[in-house]
Design a protein around this ligand. Structure first.
Ligand code: NAD
Length: 245
């Protein structure tokens, strides 16, 4: 198991894609801290049931004090932070003409500022260890755009520029920074689509199916493991061919 002894933090790890990432990293031997705003202590319990050392840490990624406290708690419980997955993300969709400032700020704060605060907070430890893996979860929308999602697309495109810049800053310290950009992934939202909406969505995807959270988790695992030691500043698109760049 290539992640044995490593400590991974997964923001927004309490459900959805983040939970699948937490499970995948644990499966390969990592100790996992679930950082989430909502109370998902049960995910840490599930991980412990599989003989993984795990912690649930209540955190708001938009609040620097909360993030600083989460780092302290994680190190106290699990010993270090070697892998950070900035996965916490929200949407507040609206056409720009109707988008109010609160919708803009909320999405930029969680999706972009959150990644900045969490990365900054774990960097000292990673530099000291001369090892780190940061994986940021963007979206195909950050590369293609999507009507009704100017705030979300800006946050995800911003995350890509952020990642490439940070990758250049810390490459000589043994730290890699990469992005996984998911396409459409099965979720409560995609489950709620009617047949017509589903067909319209599938017609855009060459592979003809919606992705699974596990597909994203495998990409994050790859970028966290030793096999990817020489990869930094890259965007891994996992989208069934929806966008080819
Ligand atoms: P989700 O809503 O199911 O889960 C997000 C988690 O983040 C929740 O547990 C929530 O409590 C947590 N969170 C939200 N705000 C937070 C905050 N301020 N501090 C800490 N935690 C917070 O989302 P998902 O569909 O699993 O998406 C996960 C990531 O993948 C997001 O960044 C999203 O933008 C991205 N993504 C998702 C899809 C998709 O199809 N689901 C596609 C592309 C990208």
């Amino acid at each position: 198991m290539s992640l044995t002894g490593k400590v991974a933090v997964v923001t927004g790890g309490g459900r959805g894609i983040g939970k699948a990432i937490a499970m995948r990293l644990a499966q390969d031997g990592a100790k996992v801290a679930i950082w989430d705003l909502a109370d998902h202590e049960h995910v840490a319990d599930e991980l412990r049931a599989h003989q993984t050392e795990a912690a649930f840490v209540a955190v708001n990624v938009t609040d620097s004090d909360s993030v600083a406290q989460a780092v302290e708690e994680t190190i106290a419980q699990l010993g270090s932070v070697d892998i950070l997955v900035n996965n916490a993300g929200i949407t507040k969709d609206s056409l720009l003409m109707r988008m109010d400032e609160a919708q803009w700020d909320a999405v930029l704060n969680v999706n972009l500022k959150g990644a900045y605060l969490c990365s900054k907070a774990v960097l000292r430890t990673m530099i000291k260890n001369r090892f780190g893996r940061i994986v940021n979860i963007a979206s195909v929308v950050g590369l293609m755009g999507n009507p009704g999602q100017t705030n979300y697309a800006a946050s995800k495109a911003g995350l890509i520029g952020f990642s490439k810049s940070l990758a250049r800053e810390v490459a000589s310290r043994g730290i890699t920074v990469n992005v996984v950009a998911p396409g459409f992934i099965a979720s409560e939202m995609t489950d709620a689509l009617n047949e017509k909406q589903r067909e319209a969505l599938l017609s855009q995807i060459p592979m003809g199916e919606i992705g699974r959270a596990e597909d994203i988790a495998d990409g994050v695992w790859f970028l966290s493991a030793d096999v990817s030691r020489y990869i930094t500043g890259q965007v891994l698109n996992i989208n069934g061919g929806l966008l080819m760049v």
